[in-house]
Design a protein around this ligand. Structure first.
Ligand SMILES: [Zn+2]
Length: 406
């Protein structure tokens, strides 16, 4: 099996290529390796569904991860649990494929990978609920020795979970793991750019600086790989999960349902730039609800409605009656989520200007300057499996590894 280091640059999308530095880590990967600038994200374009598709090769309809959080209509935002644990994913992951082939793997802040029996070293991505201690929770959801060793060496790099310190910390852990443990698969999730975009805007100077920091992190990881005996032939793979777009108007869809007399039948889960409608009773009538909403699209900041048939075509998760897409500048609220006052966000559907994500591969045997014109996000995991020489029959996507290799 060929080793690989998989780096997720959260919220990087095709418009960002113009901001790369000619001598930066990602520019080097594009020039010396293979790139796809149009990896179509999943619906909705959210971090957890996309990251699960990236490591399973399956869409949300198959993985069961169609949101960051399960639907919790009666719980205010800060108290809501997320899909933190591996057990929520219904299909095998690349970590399972590595384990089946007798290899070892490591995940650093990779979503929905806490308590993952297939990972040998796990630094978990998990958030404290009100009253919970983040340190104790992190130790419970990952590998305590790995976490404590990381914290002792690199704890000074981060300030809580704020950026850019958290991504510097995650990169340092990744580099040390590559140098000392040489896992067959190392997967790390860098959140810096996503945070900067939410707080400062899609193309803010802060976001562009985060793109440059991510290039530096990629270059440091690449350097560690090339300097480590046993890792010289490993592949460096960069991916992303969604872009973002600016927002200025918040629409409370729970209030909207109340005004239309639909709140007894349906509840709302906001995905940011889209929303799910869940039935509250067995005879809830989505056709009637969609007809009523259709007459109030502008009032509620809705660009379009998606029927269940539309959602099936989009490989969306089951259980949702229908959904809607936000108009430009609009973000949806369910009335109980946190007031975040963000400047940009995501969660949109197909055809959005920020849907084109990244896939880049660098390493020996990769045909330099290859460009894959476009692919659905479910193609990423089988392509990685193909490059690593792993059997991964559960993936629904296409393996492009033969197009990439010499
Ligand atoms: Zn994300």
């Amino acid at each position: 099996m060929r080793k690989a280091v998989l780096v997720s640059l959260d919220a990087f999308f095709d418009s960002d290529f113009q901001h790369l530095r000619p001598d930066g880590g990602l520019s080097r990967m594009v020039q010396e390796g293979c790139v796809c600038r149009h990896v179509k994200t999943v619906f909705p374009a959210l971090t957890y569904p996309a990251h699960v598709t990236l490591i399973t090769g399956c869409d949300p309809a198959d993985t069961g991860i169609g949101q960051n959080q399960p639907y919790q209509p009666d719980v205010p935002g800060p108290g809501r649990v997320w899909y933190w644990e591996r057990k929520h994913i219904r299909v095998p992951t690349l970590f399972d494929a590595v384990r089946s082939a007798g290899g070892k793997s490591c995940s650093v802040l990779w979503p929905v990978c806490c308590r993952n029996p297939a990972a040998n070293w796990c630094f978990p991505e998990v958030h404290p609920l009100p009253g919970e201690n983040i340190v104790l929770k992190t130790l419970r959801y990952g590998n305590p020795l790995f976490i404590l060793g990381s914290e002792l060496r690199y704890g000074s790099l981060r300030k809580g979970i704020s950026e850019p310190g958290l991504s510097d910390y995650a990169s340092a852990i990744t580099i040390r793991t590559v140098r000392t443990k040489k896992p067959d698969l190392t997967a790390v999730h860098l959140i810096d750019l996503d945070e900067m975009r939410h707080h400062h805007g899609t193309f803010s100077p802060e976001a562009v600086s985060a793109i440059h920091r991510n290039e530096d992190r990629l270059e440091m990881i690449r350097k560690a790989m090339t300097e480590t005996p046993g890792m010289e032939d490993a592949l460096l793979i960069a991916v992303s999960d969604h872009g973002q777009s600016d927002i200025s108007v918040t629409v409370n869809l729970t209030d909207g349902l109340k005004k239309l007399g639909l709140s007894d039948e349906f509840g709302v889960q906001s995905n940011g730039e889209s929303a799910y409608f869940f039935p509250k009773k067995t005879d809830a009538d989505p056709d009637r609800a969609m007809k009523l909403l259709q007459d109030h699209l502008r009032e509620y900041g809705i660009l379009r409605l998606y029927s269940r048939e539309d959602l099936d075509r989009m490989h969306a998760v089951s259980g949702v009656s229908f959904a809607c897409e936000a108009a430009d500048q609009v973000v949806f609220s369910d009335g109980l989520d946190e007031e975040k006052r963000e400047k940009a966000t995501h969660g949109f559907g197909p055809g959005h200007k920020a849907e084109n994500c990244l896939f880049a591969v660098w390493g020996k045997g990769i045909r330099a300057g290859t460009e894959i014109p476009g692919m659905p996000m479910r193609d990423v995991a089988p392509t990685i499996a193909g490059l690593m020489g792993l059997s991964f029959p559960s993936a629904r996507g296409t393996d492009h590894s033969r197009e990439i290799c010499l």
